[in-house]
Design a protein around this ligand. Structure first.
Ligand code: ZN
Length: 81
């Protein structure tokens, strides 16, 4: 039996990387609302996207957030494991 211990992010199976990226995004901070730029208002009215809070939950399906998360994880890998 061979034990393999991977310390390179790029060598991890894609499924595992996707799962880790997802977890990372979901556990991250809320983000400024894209609709109102974090002000909580659009055109003087309460912003519907964030209900006036100016912040929205992170979105693991957002490609841009995925890229950001992957860069972050890569930079600190394997600390997040
Ligand atoms: Zn908003």
């Amino acid at each position: 039996m061979t034990y393999a211990f991977n310390l390179e992010w790029d060598e991890l199976p894609e499924e595992l990387r996707e799962e880790k990226i997802r977890q990372y995004i979901l556990s991250g901070d809320k983000r400024d609302c894209w609709e109102c730029d974090g002000t909580g208002e659009t055109g003087g009215k309460c912003c519907k996207a964030c209900n006036g809070s100016g912040q929205v939950d992170p979105d693991p399906d957002d490609l841009h957030e995925q890229e950001e998360a992957e860069e972050d994880i890569k930079a600190h890998f394997p600390i997040y494991f």
